[in-house]
Structures are given as structure tokens and as C-alpha cells.
Design a protein around this ligand. Structure first.
Ligand SMILES: [Zn+2]
Ligand SMILES: [Zn+2]
Length: 194
């Protein structure tokens, strides 16, 4: 029986009902132009790490309020707050294919807002072509997955991890991102409650 007002007091839901009710859902939301194919591949990869329901939801296509013409970049925090607040037991990750910044930093790969359960990542600097190198789709998807999982980790309350193989390790550069794996280390994983 589902009753948001008294489910806890009744305490009669079966273990399965409780599990479903408490199950976290992750929503990926393209912000601006992001190829459907890329979103689908990222959904599969992120799903392989979290093993919870994942969906792709149509996002905002208007990035102009966040654009800084002088920097030719988009203000990350503005796009992040435009995602709104995630529902209870939900985490929302905006995926943008533009360059993001926050004041005092040249750029950011991503940003998370723990209180609202939302995060944003940029795909812009994750492609080899950005650096004049030969395209490598697998590497691009690996990097994007790590960035998404990392920011999701923050929304689940995790801080940065000193293990340089752990996805929660702080990436100063793409070399750091490439060195780490796309999953949580044995210290971080138990802290995530799905
Ligand atoms: Zn971080
Ligand atoms: Zn860790």
C-alpha cells in the first residue's frame, strides 16, 4: 500500500515494496545539443555502475542565459540551478556539450549540488579532437562516464578520495581522469546508499 502520509507508521510494506520505494532513480538530461546516441551510450555505462533505474529526460535547449560572450563559455552554476531540484530518491545529471566555467577557474569538467541532488558535466574537453588528436570514441565515452559517476558520487554525499584509481579522485587534468577507473573504490562504495 502506498500512502506517503502514513507509510512509515503503518510499517506494513513488504521488504520488496520498501526496496522499490527507496530505490534511487538517476535521470540524465541533455542540456543544449547532445547527440541521442551519446546519451544512450552514457546511460548504459552509468547504469552498469549504479545498477538502479536510469532514464533520459528531454532537457532545456536554451543555453543563452548562461553564456558569457567575453569568455566564450557557459556558467556552470547557472545551468546547474536551471535543472531544478531532484525528486526525493532521484538524482539528475545535466549533460552539456559546451565549455563550462565557474568564476576564478578557467573551466570545469563538472559541478554538483549536493542539496538539490543535481549535477552537470561538460563533454566539451573530453574528446581527443579538442586537443588536436585523433578521435577515440571509446576514450571519450570512458571519460564522460567517469565525470558523470564522479559528480553523482558527490550527490550521494561522497567527497574526494585519495586513491588515484577511484572515480572519486579529483581530476586536475584529463591525465588524472584517464588514470582513474569508472567505479568506486572499496572505501567509497559502502558509503553510497542506493
Ligand atoms: Zn569532485
Ligand atoms: Zn574512493
Amino acid at each position: 500500500m502506498r500512502c506517503s502520509a502514513c507509510a512509515t507508521i503503518l510499517g506494513r510494506s513488504s521488504g520488496e515494496e520498501r526496496r522499490q520505494k527507496n530505490q534511487v532513480k538517476i535521470t540524465l538530461e541533455p542540456i543544449g545539443d547532445v547527440a541521442d546516441e551519446v546519451m544512450k551510450k552514457l546511460k548504459d555505462r552509468v547504469g552498469g555502475i549504479f545498477h538502479c533505474p536510469l532514464e533520459i529526460r528531454a532537457g532545456s535547449s536554451d543555453l543563452t542565459p548562461a553564456y558569457d560572450a567575453e569568455r566564450k563559455q557557459y556558467l556552470s552554476s547557472k545551468l546547474l540551478s536551471a535543472l531544478g531540484k531532484a525528486e526525493r530518491q532521484e538524482r539528475v545529471v545535466g549533460v552539456a556539450d559546451v565549455d563550462l566555467y565557474v568564476p576564478r577557474l578557467n573551466f570545469v569538467f563538472g559541478e554538483a549540488d549536493v542539496l538539490s541532488g543535481t549535477a552537470i558535466v561538460s563533454l566539451n574537453r573530453l574528446r581527443q579532437e579538442y586537443y588536436g588528436l585523433t578521435p577515440d570514441e571509446t576514450l571519450f565515452l570512458d571519460r564522460a562516464t567517469k565525470e558523470i559517476v564522479h559528480e553523482l558520487g558527490h550527490t550521494f554525499g561522497l567527497g574526494h578520495c585519495s586513491n588515484n584509481k577511484c572515480v572519486m579522485h579529483f581530476s586536475n587534468s584529463l591525465a588524472d581522469t584517464d588514470l582513474k577507473e569508472s567505479h568506486f573504490c572499496n572505501m567509497c562504495r559502502p558509503k553510497i546508499i542506493l
